[in-house]
Ligand binder design. Structure first.
Ligand code: NAD
Length: 318
């Protein structure tokens, strides 16, 4: 039985990934600062460790064949546009230590969770943006410290794979959403925040949207995300790969879709000043399709159903 470690296993994507890996028959160690907030622990072993520390990273990656490195100090636009120093400091330490500890412990394969935030700001200035392909990353100009740190760790992984006996995989996630993810408290992302606001709004009331709501994104459902992570780890492809959908919508369209799913067709939008990130972003999945013969199949409307219902249940029971 293969033994794997998932860091960030108390977080949104990490805890879903642990569940998938258990279903596939792996022995799994989950590592995080915290236990999963909304579910139990599926991992065989779960250790509370601070991966900013070298000794903790060594402990986390001992005795496993593979590491899925998902731990990060992160959140939605509200968080990443206002915590640059904290994000650059904490995530640099987490990633430097986890990758090197994996090497020292003789881990064979290491998957790094990068982000669409590495793409240059100058390619994302229009709402009808050209979908971003992997080779667009350079010349580099990510918008935030979060993206710069992700790009730095992508490079670190490629150098480690070239100079040490460890294989690496790098996945650039594009806006993952779904049930059992953060939906309040300041770190939530747009789909969860909009689901929460609509669940709390009376029919005929209005919800607040940051900016004019015309900024565009594509969103990827969590079940597809963890399936994609697993497939990329199994593949022979070592360079960065997008993992997202190319179904681009504006934030206003996203809010209308959530309203439909919620059965609240008369929720108005009040546009207020707030961080919006880049003007437009979409994933070019050509390389993903070529490498895996697969891409995330769930359309946004289908993924929003279970996401909205779960968040509605949380806010109404609270
Ligand atoms: P999340 O915040 O839900 O999970 C990250 C987990 O890392 C948290 O549980 C947190 O406690 C843990 N962590 C933070 N600091 C730690 C430390 N010092 N030691 C140990 N654990 C620590 O985020 P997520 O949405 O599950 O994202 C997982 C990964 O995917 C992250 O690397 C993130 O940057 C990346 N990513 C996510 C998205 C997305 O849309 N969710 C998009 C792009 C990239």
């Amino acid at each position: 039985m293969k033994r794997v470690c998932v860091t960030g296993a108390g977080g949104f994507i990490g805890h879903h990934l642990v569940t998938l890996l258990k279903e596939k028959g792996y022995w799994v160690r989950g590592v995080d600062l915290v236990y999963p907030e909304y579910t139990g622990v599926d991992a065989d072993e779960f250790e509370l460790l601070d991966l900013r520390r070298w000794d903790a990273a060594l402990q986390a990656t001992r005795g496993v064949d593979e590491v899925y490195a998902l731990a990060a100090d992160m959140g939605g636009m509200g968080f990443i546009s206002t915590h640059h120093a904290q994000i650059l400091h904490n995530n640099s330490l987490i990633n430097l230590h986890t990758l090197d500890a994996a090497r020292v412990n003789g881990v064979q394969r290491y998957l790094y969770s990068s982000s669409a935030c590495i793409y240059p700001e100058y390619l994302q200035t229009e709402t009808d943006v050209v979908p971003l392909k992997e080779s667009d990353a350079y010349p580099a100009q990510p918008q935030d410290a979060y993206g710069w740190e992700k790009l730095f760790t992508e490079l670190l992984c490629s150098y480690y794979a070239a100079e040490y006996p460890i294989e690496t995989r790098t996945v650039r996630f594009h806006n993952i959403y779904g049930p059992f993810g953060t939906y309040d408290g300041g770190r939530e992302k747009a789909p969860a925040a909009i689901c929460r606001k609509i669940a709390l709004a009376e029919d005929g009331a209005s919800i607040e949207i940051w900016g004019d709501g015309e900024q565009t994104r594509s969103f990827c459902y969590i079940d597809d995300c963890v399936e994609g992570i697993y497939r990329i780890m199994q593949s022979d492809y070592a360079k960065p790969l997008n993992l997202g959908t190319d179904e681009m919508v504006s934030i206003n369209e996203l809010a209308h879709l959530v309203g439909d799913v919620a059965g609240k067709r008369h929720v108005d939008m009040k546009h207020i000043p707030g961080p919006q990130g880049v003007r437009g972003r979409n994933s070019d999945n050509s390389l993903l399709r070529e490498v895996l013969g697969w891409e995330p199949p769930t359309c946004l409307r289908d993924g929003l159903g279970p996401t909205y219902r779960w968040i509605e249940k949380q806010v109404t029971s609270a």
